[in-house]
Design a protein around this ligand. Structure first.
Ligand SMILES: [Zn+2]
Ligand SMILES: [Zn+2]
Length: 160
């Protein structure tokens, strides 16, 4: 027994007896099992469920120690703080939530069984023979635009 264990600074307190100060790691695990057995002999301990894994049943005094050392804790932490491993992942378009053109599209997910046609003003005008707005045009441009519109509407009428 001449071999000195490393990590003497890493001392933890036994959850069953504060007087037991043990080096963390395997030594502590062995101690814990022994101490647990001793305590279970003379009293009934409350069992608590691990918050990270429902199959972990822990003796009440060990709860804090288990929560700090639970092997499933890592998964939960990762889930809470997803790690982006590259700048490319951040820049990928599908990972970025785009602002929808029509916010109603997102809110009406529950009403998905009847897909509604997107409103297309261009199509709507053509189908209804509405002469498109020509605001902000010079008179000459407006004249040309109107002429074009009449031709366009004439085409629509012909094809109907
Ligand atoms: Zn102990
Ligand atoms: Zn656990």
């Amino acid at each position: 027994m001449s071999k000195k264990p490393d990590g003497y600074s890493n001392i933890v307190e036994c959850p069953y007896n504060k007087a037991h100060q043990i080096e963390n790691g395997r030594r502590f695990q062995t101690h814990l099992i022994k101490c647990r057995r001793e305590y279970e002999k003379c009293r009934t301990l409350n069992k608590v469920q691990c918050p990270f894994n429902a199959t972990h049943l822990i003796n009440e005094p060990e709860r804090q120690h288990h929560v700090e050392n639970c092997p499933d804790r890592v998964i939960v932490d990762k889930f809470r703080m997803p790690v982006v491993d590259s700048i490319q992942a951040l820049q990928r378009a599908d990972n970025i939530k785009m602002i929808p053109q029509n916010p109603l599209d997102d809110e009406e997910d529950w009403d998905n069984d009847a897909p509604t046609q997107a409103y297309d003003p261009q199509k709507y005008c053509e189908a209804n023979n509405i002469i498109r707005q020509c605001h902000g045009m010079q008179p000459s441009e407006r004249k040309a635009f109107r002429k074009q519109e009449h031709l366009r509407l004439g085409d629509i009428r012909k094809t109907k």
